[in-house]
Design a protein around this ligand. Structure first.
Ligand SMILES: *Cc1c(COP(=O)(O)O)cnc(C)c1O
Length: 388
């Protein structure tokens, strides 16, 4: 999160739906449970299962934690390889590198900025175990093609759907298409609990994923089965860790879930407004806007970006906007060129689009309480920059 002294239009502004504190009061005072796995955790998990039509969901304390759970569930060993874009957040790669696996970075498509599915096959070796599509900005990867490749080669598909709550692909919710889906409720995402996340499991692709996930989630123990009376010993069964959030976070999150669709609708309207207001600049060839997504891809309005003509122009535009109290920020430093990315990962082919786009992409302010006038202010400032 970027703070500057009293910006007129901040980059992000965490939104409080209304019932957060009353639910926390219920959890702490009425139910008397602050540790994880209580009534609010159950309610949040039910909401996810029902709303996203998922087979099973467990809350986690972050999407990072959900990705780390995924890496444990795939039973990776040192030397195994996991295919992913380089244009993503560090957690996508960290989770697998922590298990000794090698992230293999593949270039992205210039239209959606998602992993280029046509380059995946060339990255597969005898050591490949999984593909991790990242749905950038809540826009779906080419899931049909990716799932077909995974099926052909016997690979796991773990969706990094951190930014994609309620986005859909051909009528299905992102995070529910692969074997595993990982969501984030970090303060910078659409729906928040400070830090927070969830892991979604697909029983159609692998029957016992959900029951195995429950054990990993409970620090590698059969705690849940024990308390349900299904076993008489409470014991350590396999690798696991502390992945549950507290009931306090779950109570906060439930209040947000109840408002999730409104949040998405508002953000979509702001994205549409940005597109309409900045279209003339695209027509004149100054900037490029996010591409029309095409049939079947429904984004949740997570972010809005423009592509400038280069690094230098982007820096000047950031300064120009900052002087007018508008906070716009760039996004990922490609992982393949980062110190840890070079150490733990490798590339497959040239990552020309990744290098090019990451130097030119600028994210504009977008948050629930933003008003059309704020969007107009930002758009006018950008127009002024290009008029000069
Ligand atoms: C935000 C984000 C994460 C990490 O989410 P946390 O909940 O902060 O751990 C991972 N991947 C992507 C693509 C993200 O945008």
């Amino acid at each position: 999160m970027i703070y500057c002294s009293g910006p007129k239009v901040p980059f992000n502004k965490p939104f409080i739906a209304g019932n957060e504190l009353s639910y926390i009061w219920q959890a702490v005072i009425k139910n008397g449970q602050t540790s994880g796995g209580g009534v609010f955790t159950q309610k949040c998990q039910s909401w996810l299962v029902k709303t996203l039509e998922s087979d099973a969901a467990f809350l986690t304390h972050s999407c990072t934690a959900a990705l780390e759970m995924s890496a444990i569930l795939c039973d990776l060993h040192p030397g195994d390889e996991v295919i992913m874009p380089s244009f993503t957040f560090v957690s996508t790669a960290n989770a697998f590198a922590l298990r000794g696996a090698t992230p293999v970075f593949v270039d992205i498509r210039a239209d959606t900025l998602n992993i280029n599915e046509s380059l995946i096959q060339a990255a597969i070796t005898s050591k490949t175990r999984a593909i991790v599509p990242v749905h950038y900005g809540g826009v779906a990867c080419a899931m049909d093609e990716i799932l077909q490749i995974a099926l052909d080669y016997g690979l796991f598909v773990i969706e990094d759907a951190a930014q994609a709550l309620l986005s859909t692909y051909k009528g299905k919710y992102l995070g529910t298409l692969g074997h595993i889906g990982c969501l984030s409720f970090h303060e910078t995402k659409n729906v928040i609990s400070g830090e927070g996340g969830a892991i979604l499991l697909n029983k159609t692709l692998e029957e016992d994923l959900a029951s195995r996930a429950q054990i990993v989630w409970q620090k590698g123990t059969n705690r849940t089965a024990f308390f349900q009376g299904a076993t008489d010993k409470y014991t350590w069964l396999q690798l696991g860790s502390s992945f549950l959030p507290s009931e306090i976070a779950a109570a906060f999150l439930l209040a947000q879930f109840e408002f999730a669709h409104e949040i998405m609708e508002k953000r979509r309207r702001l994205v549409d407004l940005y597109s309409r207001m900045l279209k003339p600049l695209e027509d004149f060839g100054f900037i490029r806007l996010p591409k029309n997504l095409g049939k079947g891809l429904n984004s949740n309005g997570h972010l809005f970006y423009v592509l400038t003509s280069g690094l230098n122009e982007r820096s000047r535009l950031i300064d120009f906007l900052a002087r007018r109290g508008i906070v716009a920020v760039f996004h990922y430093v490609p992982l393949h060129s980062s110190p840890a990315g070079r150490k733990y990962g490798r590339t497959s082919g040239f990552l020309a689009v990744t290098d090019d786009i990451s130097a030119r992409l600028l994210r504009l302010p977008l948050y629930y309480e933003m008003e059309p006038e704020d969007v107009e202010l930002v758009a006018q400032a950008i127009k002024k920059f290009y008029r000069n």
